[in-house]
Structure formats: structure tokens, C-alpha cells
Design a protein around this ligand. Structure first.
Ligand code: PHE
Length: 500
């Protein structure tokens, strides 16, 4: 730039620019432009610049017209005649009127008496002195105060005015004294910041003088890594389980065979849940052939003719049906695999949990989706009873802030007894269903090979329900699925389970 070159040229002939203000006015350049150039040169070490500390003030943009025509409060004061005037009759530009009135009232120059605007101070001075006389660009600090003093009605007022208005009307003047820096050259071209493909192809990069990166520049605010509410709540559930000594089960198989999802859980093959109206079956690959054969045999037997004190279902169990692939309908499919594995390498007690996605072929409405998340807890130990289940449920739900629980007998093909869990919701003032639970049946555990005195208690709940309650959603589609507002993910709050 011309200003930049003027600075470099001057420093070529002279040791220093002792004051950029003087330099700018001698060269007929706007001082602001010189200051910008010096800042940029100084960052690139082309010049060394020292701040000049001064008490000088210069007008701000807002202050400039006031310096010519007077401050709004002075003009407002002058517009009010000594005998007073009705506010409607006062003629003044509305914007000026607003600021002027506020300031003049604040200064107690003008007040309201019998609904007339009236002067509250006498002004015997020439009205001209009421104008803000900040028209001298190089006025120093002392004369600024002085000028303002002249216009006012006593030193005390004046002082206040200075403090109130100085920052809007004028600001301190900033300048530099400047010397050559280590990178000084007379004809300085701004170098490139980044190397380009062309620089490399042409070989030009060898001679280029690259701009230094300014590592002190303020970085861009990085926006990212926002967690969805479901993930936040999942993390809290995970913590609760871990605190209670549970291990997480591997849930990384959305596709499961009917065998592990249903048959291993003693769910009969004619059960309505196994209909394609309720379950998504896979077309490709439609079946799983590899199943643990001797276990399959025991499962077949228990379905067909019972055992372990059970009569079984008395139907012909079909391997084809068990081989059908599906999207798992509950995380209990994961638990059945884990319990089978545990039976191969017995070690008790064991506490397992899982939190992951499940799928059901269901009509979608404000409380149901075709895919959602289940939370499941499983405990295996010698001689566990229903009382143990109730105790652990009370402990678990208390950690979620639900301390009033009720249990209702229920039915699951794989648990007996089974209980639905209800919690009293203080906000809704009613009992809401929060989960399902039970003791796994011997028809499920014994064919796996788990010892006879081992009982397994388990419970399950959805992740969506507590998340909706916590975050105040009444439509599940606002939380999950293609209709979710993406802003939700950026703007959702931190809500903690168990804290109201
Ligand atoms: N699998 C059950 C469901 O999908 C929940 C449950 C888990 C019930 C464990 C009892 C024991 O609702």
C-alpha cells in the first residue's frame, strides 16, 4: 500500500519515525491507515513499534457531529425555553430528542413541572458555550476537561459529564514511534502465507519469503462434538451400572437369529411376537445355520416336552423357524448369549448390563418408534430370590431419582415370576410404568447348562422414556428419527438423572 511504502521509504532515509501522528500529518495520510500498516509490519517484524502514551483525545464518530452542532443534551436544554414547554410542542429530531432528554434529565438540567418540560438550572452564559467544543483534534486531556467545564454549570456537573460522555464522544489517541525491525527491507512485498501447487511446480517456493503465521491470533471457536440427549443419558446409566459392579455386555449385533432372540428364551415358535407384523425379519441373509448343536437339541427338547419340572409346550419345534434372521427385538437376546457363554465357563456371582438399540415392527406414534434403545440388567448368583430382585430394583431406580416404586405381576415367556415396575412421578402426579423384570425360568437356564442352584434376576427398560421425562419431550419423534431438529443436538441442556 501507499502508506506502507511511505513508512518504509521514510525509515530508509531516517532512523525512526518518532511520532506516527506527526508523520501522518506531514505526509498528508490518514493516521488510522498509518497505524494499521504499522501494526501489520510490526507483527511481521519489519518494524519495531513502541506505543506512544499520551493524554490526548480524539473524537469518536459519534462525537464528530456533536462537536459541530452541540451535544444532544445541550440542544435539548436549549430547545426548552426558560418559561417551559409542553413535551408535544418541543420540536426536535426524534433520535436526538431521545438521547438529549435522557441525558438532560439525568444531569438535572431539565425536569417536568405541571406536565411542562422546564429548565432546572439557570444558564446565564452565552448559549454558544453550551455546545460541545471538541473540535480540536489535538486537544490534550486537560483542555478536554476544560472545554467541557466551560459549557457547564459548575465544576461538579462538568466533571460528571466528562466521565459519562467521554467514552462516547472521544477516545484516547494512540500512536507509535517506529524503527526498522530485523525483517526490514525497503521494498517489502507481502509474501504468501501458504505454499501452493503452482509454487512447487514452478520451483518458485525456493525464493519466496513466506509470511509468518501469527500463532497468537485468536482462533475460531470450534463447534462440534455435541452429544445427543440419548447418548448423555446412556452415559449416566452406564455409570450407575458400573458403580453397582455390573459389566457391560457386547451388543454389537443388531442382526440376530430367532434362536437367540426367542427360542433360547423359551418363547414358543407360535408366539405372536414372532410374526412379521411385530418383528423385522431379514431377507438377505435370511438364516443363520451355525448354532451350538447340543444346546439346540436341549432347547428343542424343553420346548417340545419340558423337563426341569416343566411340561413344555407340546408342539413340534422347527429348526427352520429358529434359523430365521431378524433385527433383535430386545436386548434380552444379548443376555441369552451371555448366559450361555457363562454356563460354558461358570463363575458366580455375575452382574451384566447392556444399553443398545432394538427394533420392532410397530406403528409409529408419539410414544413408539420402530427402533429404540433398551437398558438391561442381569444378575446371576446362587439362590437369588424375588426379594433380591426387588431390592436391586429399588437401589437402581433410587439412583435415577425414583424412590417410590410399585410392582405388578406380569407375563414374559422367559421369566417367572415377572413384574412390571411403576414409579410415582411427582410432576405428573401419577404412577408411570418404568420397566419390566423377572426371574429367568429354569426352562431357559437349565438347557444352557447353568447349575441348578443358580438363579438369574433381570430387568429391562427403555432409554427413551427416562430421557423424554428428563428433557421434557412428549413426542418421541422430536427426540429420535428423521424429524428431529438438528439444533436440538447443539442446544440441549445437561440434565442429570436423579436431580430435580
Ligand atoms: N425383554 C423385556 C422387554 O423387552 C424386558 C425384560 C428384561 C423383562 C429382562 C424381564 C427380564 O420388555
Amino acid at each position: 500500500s501507499a502508506e506502507g511504502q511511505a513508512v518504509l521509504d521514510f525509515l530508509y532515509e531516517n532512523d525512526e519515525i518518532s511520532n506516527t501522528g506527526d508523520f501522518a500529518s506531514a505526509a498528508g495520510i490518514d493516521h488510522e491507515l498509518v497505524v494499521n500498516v504499522i501494526k501489520s509490519f510490526s507483527a511481521r517484524r519489519i518494524v519495531d513499534a513502541q506505543d506512544i502514551k499520551t493524554e490526548k483525545y480524539v473524537l469518536t464518530d459519534e462525537g464528530k457531529p456533536y462537536a459541530v452542532d452541540g451535544s444532544p443534551e445541550c440542544r435539548f436544554f436549549l430547545a426548552v425555553p426558560p418559561e417551559g414547554i409542553s413535551p408535544d410542542a418541543l420540536q426536535m429530531d426524534p433520535a436526538l430528542y431521545k438521547i438529549g432528554r435522557t441525558q438532560a434529565f439525568r444531569n438535572k438540567w431539565v425536569g417536568v413541572e405541571n406536565s411542562l418540560l422546564r429548565r432546572k438550572v439557570n444558564c446565564n452564559l452565552n448559549p454558544m458555550v453550551h455546545y460541545l467544543i471538541l473540535n480540536d483534534q489535538s486537544m490534550n486531556g486537560l483542555s478536554t476537561i476544560f472545554c467541557l467545564c466551560v459549557l457547564k454549570f459548575g465544576l461538579y456537573d462538568l466533571y460528571l459529564i466528562k466521565i459519562l460522555r467521554l467514552s462516547t464522544f472521544c477516545r484516547t489517541w494512540k500512536g507509535f514511534s517506529v524503527r526498522k525491525g530485523p525483517e526490514y527491507t525497503r521494498d517489502h512485498k507481502k509474501g504468501p502465507t501458504d505454499i501452493t501447487r503452482d509454487h512447487i511446480l514452478s520451483g518458485e517456493w525456493k525464493n519466496l519469503k513466506f509470511n509468518q503465521f501469527n500463532c497468537n491470533a485468536q482462533g475460531k471457536y470450534v463447534e462440534g462434538g455435541h452429544l445427543h440427549p440419548l447418548l448423555k443419558v446412556r452415559e449416566q446409566f452406564r455409570k450407575i451400572f458400573l458403580e453397582m459392579g455390573f459389566e457391560e455386555m457386547p451388543t454389537n449385533n443388531y442382526v440376530e437369529s430367532s434362536f437367540w432372540n426367542f427360542d433360547a428364551l423359551f418363547q414358543p415358535q407360535q408366539h405372536p411376537a414372532r410374526d412379521s407384523h411385530d418383528t423385522f425379519f431379514l431377507k438377505v441373509p435370511s438364516t443363520t445355520k451355525q448354532l451350538p448343536e447340543d444346546y439346540v437339541e436341549r432347547v428343542k427338547n424343553v420346548h417340545e416336552s419340558g423337563g426341569y419340572g416343566s411340561k413344555g409346550y407340546n408342539y413340534e419345534w422347527k429348526r427352520d423357524e429358529a434359523e430365521k434372521n431378524l433385527l433383535r427385538t430386545h436386548t434380552t437376546a444379548v443376555s441369552s448369549r451371555m448366559l450361555y457363554l457363562l454356563a460354558q465357563k461358570p463363575s458366580f456371582p455375575k452382574r451384566y448390563f447392556s444399553i443398545d438399540r432394538v427394533f420392532r415392527n410397530e406403528a409409529v406414534d408419539r410414544t413408539h418408534l420402530a427402533e429404540f434403545h433398551q437398558i438391561e440388567g442381569v444378575i446371576c448368583d446362587h439362590g437369588l430370590s424375588l426379594a433380591d430382585l426387588i431390592k436391586v430394583l429399588k437401589d437402581f431406580f433410587a439412583r435415577l431419582g425414583m424412590s417410590k416404586l410399585r410392582f405388578k405381576p406380569a407375563y414374559n415367556p422367559y421369566t417367572s415370576p415377572s413384574m412390571e415396575i411403576f414409579s410415582y412421578h411427582e410432576g405428573f402426579k401419577k404412577w408411570v410404568e418404568v420397566g419390566n423384570s423377572g426371574m429367568f425360568r429354569p426352562e431357559m437356564l437349565r438347557p444352557m447348562g447353568l447349575p441348578e442352584d443358580i438363579t438369574v434376576i433381570a430387568w429391562g427398560l427403555s432409554l427413551e422414556r427416562p430421557t423424554m421425562i428428563l428433557y421434557g419431550y412428549d413426542n418421541i419423534r422430536d427426540l429420535f428419527g428423521h424429524k428431529v431438529n438438528l439444533k436440538l443436538i447443539k442446544e440441549n441442556q445437561i440434565c442429570r438423572l436423579g436431580i430435580k
